[in-house]
Design a protein around this ligand. Structure first.
Ligand SMILES: [Zn+2]
Length: 202
């Protein structure tokens, strides 16, 4: 399994972060099942370079990610390789949920959102940079594009303990939000915790 360096529980509807070194493995574990995590990653030595969903789609010529896929930076360098993926359903099209999502679409001005959770995670780690929702990769989010081009959110169907493992290609700052969206099926209307586990690859 490799030496466990750190485990960080991301409480339901909150955000937490970890530092991951080049070559280490990062497990993202859905503790109770049917939960989506919104993940951002920046290079420690140059925070202007970050994992970019849109560049990843372009580099892979695909919106699908599974074991063996890579995620790329805004400079088209590989940031992660997926070395295990129990779910193989993720969204890499839409940004994370934000204040405007809940205000515009639901008339709610005080609902928790992933962008705020990622800012919480950033502040708890003590790093400084502006976050943007379009940086977030929606891990385990069961979105699909229909033949007509519609983006449909299916209920998350994965079970407790579902894990994706990412190998880091740089020293990274990684932030994760346990998505607090309880008004669509994306978390099956029940927001629960996630776990980040950093391991040496040996
Ligand atoms: Zn969210």
């Amino acid at each position: 399994m490799g030496n466990i360096v750190e485990e960080v529980l991301v409480p339901a509807s909150q955000g937490r972060g970890v530092f991951v070194k080049e070559g280490q493995l990062l497990d993202i574990v859905d503790v109770e099942g049917q939960q989506v995590g919104d993940l951002v990653a920046r290079l420690q030595h140059d925070p202007t370079e970050y994992m970019s969903p849109t560049h990843t789609v372009s580099c892979n010529a695909s919106v699908l990610l599974r074991t063996g896929s890579q995620l790329f930076s805004n400079h088209r360098n590989p940031v992660f390789t997926i070395v295990r993926d129990d779910v193989e359903k993720h969204d890499i099209i839409v940004p994370c949920c934000d204040h405007e999502r809940f205000e515009r679409d639901y008339g709610l001005t005080d609902h928790k959102h992933c962008l705020g959770n990622l800012e919480q995670a950033r502040d708890l780690l003590g790093v400084e940079y502006d976050l943007r929702g379009e940086e977030a990769w929606n891990v385990f989010m069961h979105n699909r594009v229909t033949d007509e081009g519609a983006v449909v959110t299916d209920p998350a169907a994965h079970e407790a303990g579902a894990t994706i493992t990412l190998r880091a290609h740089y020293d990274l700052v990684v932030l994760l939000s346990a998505c607090p969206q309880d008004l669509t099926p994306c978390n099956n209307f029940d927001c629960t915790p996630m776990l980040m586990r950093v391991r040496d690859d040996d």
